[in-house]
Design a protein around this ligand. Sequence first.
Ligand SMILES: O=P(O)(O)OC[C@H]1O[C@H](OP(=O)(O)OP(=O)(O)O)[C@H](O)[C@@H]1O
Ligand code: HPA
Ligand SMILES: [Mg+2]
Length: 184
Amino acid sequence: MTKDVEFGIKEQLITKEEIQKRLKELGEQITEDFKNENEPLIVVGLLKGSIVFMADLIREIRLPLEIDFIEASSYGEGIQSSREVKILKDLRSTISGKNVLVVEDIIDSGFTLKKVLQLLGSRNPKKVSLCTLLDKPERREVEVDVQYVGFEIPNEFVVGYGLDFNENYRNLEYVGIAEPSVFE
Ligand SMILES: O=P(O)(O)OC[C@H]1O[C@H](OP(=O)(O)OP(=O)(O)O)[C@H](O)[C@@H]1O
Ligand code: HPA
Ligand SMILES: [Mg+2]
């Protein structure tokens, strides 16, 4: 752990070991839930935050699957949702009649997922399920139906394991809370 990457981290909220353990449980549960389906699963990651979690999670799912990505952005440079969720990149796959598992790093206000789930739902998939590494329920402003949650977290802006502040910290192996001075 080099000092410059960690600069500005107040505490580790979820350690690398805790993440690895929970990922195995989620992978087992998803495998169990989809093992009798005939269609291959399409795992859809939301760029950019989900990439680290998705890369690890798919290797814990013991089923044939395909991957694809959507990019949505609402936070820009701040720590508050702009509430205006823009779709910056759409899927390459056709999801009509397929089982889709959306993989997200965090559900905060819920605006991002509401928009993405509406978009995917309009394309006649067989079923859309949602797996998020982190859930911050205290901040929810719109309801989102989520089937798989890694960890519920308190109302703190977190970084690491894919999550950024101003595009930094995504490469940390753990989920941490940044020093207040970082956000000023
Ligand atoms: O529930 P919400 O309040 O909508 O917040 C959650 C979303 O916000 C972040 O994305 P961001 O817009 O920062 O894009 P990024 O994944 O590229 O960092 C995060 O990765 C989630 O996708
Ligand atoms: O706590 C957070 N950290 C990083 N990105 C986020 N996007 C929504 N909430 C968060
Ligand atoms: Mg972000």
